[in-house]
Design a protein around this ligand. Structure first.
Ligand code: GTP
Ligand code: SPV
Ligand code: MN
Length: 640
């Protein structure tokens, strides 16, 4: 490939591999060496530097001191602003054209298309991932990366997903030209020297990222000082080479490549190959007043409540909820047949709006220091603000919106972008589980699926068995949110909360989940479905949610212990009357309405699922799922 690109920068190819950083970039006189990189890693970095033509190359050690320098560089460049009211907290505002994941520009490239996406019915556009042929991808990369880092520094980030050296953990190297990405990766992953020590041979995932705007290519002023190249965004995955290449966006899931790209898309492929699960799930531990503790994992689509549930402060007296992870779970059955889960991340990249001391006190405590805020509003006294903080922030001091406009409670503009985020170290969360960094993971007793369903779907129900539970995952639907580029309020299919994150053909993914049913000796977790978002005729949520969700977790744990507190319904097992502990609720809930299973609604849901499966998966649909759908229809007919 090298012949295609401009010749490499000589310093990189010099025998000593000493790279001196240019003073104008702010890292004056700090020599860095690539010789500590193992050969394959070094060759990868050299190859990418050759292509991208950065001014400098800098290998990150992950130290506190280094981090300070990066933040200072960003401050001087006007990319990040210190929030003086808080402790080492920073505000970053992006170009409004770069505020969320871009699913339409996210692709996976394999030689066999069917390996990556199901074949939809003729004339139907597939919604389960975007495939690109290797030749098309090569053209797309060649059109973007050559020279793209001109005038910038290329940072090399060795990182580990999961505790360094753990049996379930994996390592990666990300090269990027964004100091924002470096500072964020330092929070979200175990980054630096230790991770570098775990890189051997080609055991690492290769991640290339560029904001896609060479210095000399900047012809007009940057919007909010945020370099990006929205019209050329491409987030690509090459499973056969364990490679990721992302161009044009600096935002979250597009640029922090350890997260969705590695831990979910490539992760799910590795998981399938090696017999484990890489899922878009939170992990939490719940202890009841008798001191009995259980861990559960829950998959909700983006911006549907994972972080809030993971950090919840239970309202029921005597209960304790502790957080292992808020977004991603890597889970493996151990030699005893117990499903063990780790959180591969080290930080939270959480939705800011809606977060407040009432809904998520643990998050509020977590984000008071060492936190990077993106696209939130700023108060004149150096604090942060967003929708949901009206009662606890003094806005009379003046508020500047995420776009830099003057905000007042009356001028009808948004203070924060709906997908604005905080990026904070997990270790700062007061409710972290003592075992959250246990390399072997925590034992999972229940798996929960859920989504935003304004109508028809009860607060909680239990799957009849593993196979039915897999069907529930495949049948997940949810109102769209601001986490990606979709219009809100549309009810979208989001199977397993993984629709944007499947690394391979969804039909094979279902088969993988089903396969655990046939393996002897596994202690399969019970599977549940929850919905915090059912609305009444008044348009208001029927369930108070947040800390009150512990009542649902309590019922789930009692079912795991086989307590006789459930009753059959056509869609699965519902709590028996009075089985859900509602004692001490602030205001009464309409239990009948919250748990009703309207037959017409569900018959319609069956029809919708039938259309979805047959149009999207067509002949790839695993027969057990088709059968579960048929059985659901039959049970509903018997109740009609
Ligand atoms: P990603 O980080 O995008 O994966 O999102 P997430 O699944 O972690 O969602 P998060 O917990 O950040 O919640 C998203 C939004 O839903 C926030 O505005 C929350 O305030 C709101 N939310 C979370 N839990 C509940 C709940 O139990 N009830 C209600 N009504 N809203 C909730
Ligand atoms: C999600 O969208 O599910 C997120 C945020 O967790 S991002 O990191 O941008 O993907
Ligand atoms: Mn998420």
């Amino acid at each position: 490939m090298s012949g295609i690109f401009r010749p490499g920068i000589y310093r990189l190819l010099s025998s000593s591999l000493q790279v001196k950083l240019t003073p104008c970039r702010g890292l004056a006189d700090i020599p860095t060496t690539l010789s500590s990189l193992p050969t394959i890693a070094r060759n990868y970095v050299k190859e990418k530097a050759n292509i991208c033509q950065p001014d400098d190359v800098y290998l990150c050690d992950g130290s506190e001191e280094e981090n300070k320098r990066f933040l200072e560089i960003m401050r001087r460049a006007g990319i990040a602003k210190p929030l003086r009211k808080m402790d080492n907290c920073w505000l970053v505002r992006t170009d409004p054209a770069d505020v969320a994941r871009v699913e339409s520009k996210t692709v996976i490239s394999t030689s066999d298309k069917r390996e990556t996406v199901p074949v939809p019915k003729e004339g139907v556009k597939g919604q389960l991932g975007n495939w690109l042929s290797p030749a098309e991808l090569e053209n797309a990369l060649r059109d973007r990366f050559p020279g793209c880092m001109e005038g910038r520094t290329m940072y090399i980030i060795p990182f580990s997903m999961g505790p360094v050296g753990g049996p379930i953990s994996k390592v990666g190297i990300q090269v990027t030209d964004s100091p924002y990405v470096v500072a964020s990766m330092r929070i979200m992953t175990r980054m630096g020297k230790d991770a570098l020590g775990a890189i051997q041979g080609d055991n690492f995932v290769k991640c290339l990222h560029s904001v896609g705007l060479p210095f000399s290519g900047v012809s007009k002023p940057l919007v909010q000082n945020w370099p990006c190249n929205p019209s050329k965004i491409l987030i690509s995955h090459i499973p056969d080479r364990n490679e990721i290449a992302s161009f044009g966006s600096g935002y979250g899931g597009n640029s922090l490549l350890g997260k969705k790209c590695f831990a979910l898309r490539l992760g799910s492929i590795l998981a399938k190959r090696e017999g484990w699960l890489a899922e878009h799930m939170l992990i939490l531990g719940i202890t009841n007043p008798q001191g009995k503790k259980k861990y559960v994992a829950a998959a909700f689509p983006s911006a549907c409540g994972k972080t809030n549930l993971a950090m919840m402060q239970p309202t029921l007296p005597g209960y304790k909820v502790e957080c292992v992870g808020d977004d991603i779970a890597w889970m493996k059955f151990d030699s005893e047949g117990v499903l063990r889960a780790i959180n591969p991340e080290a930080g939270f990249f959480g939705v800011a709006p809606g977060t407040c001391s009432h809904t998520n006190p643990n998050a509020m405590k977590t984000i008071q220091r060492n936190t990077i805020f993106t696209n939130v509003a700023e108060t004149d006294d150096g604090g942060v603000f967003w929708e949901g903080l009206e009662k606890e922030v003094d806005t009379s001091v003046g508020v500047t919106s995420w776009k830099g406009e003057m905000w007042t409670p009356y001028n009808r503009i948004l203070a924060a972008h709906p997908n604005s985020r905080f990026c904070a170290p997990a270790s700062q969360c007061p409710s972290m589980d003592p075992d959250w960094e246990s390399p072997a993971g925590v034992p999972i007793s229940a798996i929960i699926f859920g989504g935003r369903r304004p109508a028809g779907v009860p607060l909680v129900f239990e799957a009849n068995n593993w196979r039915h539970g897999v069907f529930l995952g495949a049948a997940m639907r949810s109102e769209a949110t601001a986490a990606a580029e979709h219009n809100t309020k549309v009810i979208m299919h989001d199977p397993f909360a993984m629709r944007p994150f499947f690394g391979y053909n969804f039909a094979d993914y279902i088969d993988h989940w089903l396969s655990f049913d046939e393996k002897p000796g596994l202690q399969l977790p019970k599977i549940f479905h929850v919905n915090w978002f059912r609305k009444g005729e008044d348009g208001k949520f029927m369930w108070p949610g947040f800390g009150e969700n512990c009542r649902v977790l309590d019922w789930i744990c009692r079912r795991v212990d086989n307590e006789d507190c459930a009753v059959d319904s056509p869609i699965g097992r519902l709590p028996k009357p009075n089985a859900l502990n509602l004692e001490g609720l602030d205001s009464p809930v309409n239990v009948d309405a919250l748990f009703s299973v309207p037959v017409d609604f569900w018959l319609n849901e069956c029809k919708e699922l039938e259309t979805y499966f047959s149009s999207q998966l067509n002949r790839d649909l695993p027969p057990p799922v088709a059968e579960e759908l048929r059985h659901l229809g039959e049970r509903l007919q018997q109740n009609a």
